[in-house]
Design a protein around this ligand. Sequence first.
Ligand SMILES: Nc1ncnc2c1ncn2[C@@H]1O[C@H](COP(=O)(O)OP(=O)(O)OP(=O)(O)O)[C@@H](O)[C@H]1O
Ligand SMILES: [Mg+2]
Length: 233
Amino acid sequence: MIKVRDVQKRYANPDGGEITALSLDKLDIEAGEEVGVAGASGMGKTTLLNILCGISLPTEGSVEINDIEITKLPEAKRDLFRAQTIGYVFQMFNLIPSLTAKENVMAAVVFGKKIPKQEREKRCLELLERVGLSHRVNYFPGQLSGGEQQRVSIARAMGNRPAILIVDEPTANLDYKNRGIILDLLREIRRENNSTLIIATHDQDILKSMSRVIELGQSEESEASIVTENSAA
Ligand SMILES: Nc1ncnc2c1ncn2[C@@H]1O[C@H](COP(=O)(O)OP(=O)(O)OP(=O)(O)O)[C@@H](O)[C@H]1O
Ligand SMILES: [Mg+2]
């Protein structure tokens, strides 16, 4: 269970003063839920995901995951918690350019857990096979297409069988076919592990298919906050 309370994220505005990138009074996400995060560009979707997984801290407020207040943990403990609990597929993939597909996945499986190298390697190869990339194991990110990099990024996020899978714009740069492949894959992973799936996206088809959608938008008191929340699908 994820509990967000009274979260504000403010940044220094390069033109002076401050901007409020996110303002969220309350958000609860149950284990196993499927949640879409919608809202126009700049409304705080990535900001919210970064705060949920502890990559960045809110200026105010708290985030609790499975009874642990991650916003109170020191950075090293937050990193460890994330590695063990959360798989994050970044908006820009964030693969390490000097590592091959396999090494990128390996790097995530290593972190926070002592697993013998052979076993890690086996798991990485299984994950890459899972995302249809057995033939690209030794390729570097620069040698992979956008859709392939996205799939490496998903394999990496699955490395530690996370309870929570957070995905930022999974289909932004993909063609229709790859978009379908990625979505099916994410759903399949969610079902298998009964993990919580949180997807930020502009893609209306994805949002329609999610059991719950949170829309971030402008409101009177702040620049970005939840304006609607529906359980359509
Ligand atoms: N480091 C920063 N310093 C100042 N402002 C920032 C910083 N990071 C983000 N912002 C601002 O916070 C707001 C929210 O950004 P965010 O990346 O969360 O939007 P988003 O909803 O994910 O947009 P997109 O759909 O384009 O990905 C934006 O207006 C952005 O300019
Ligand atoms: Mg974003």
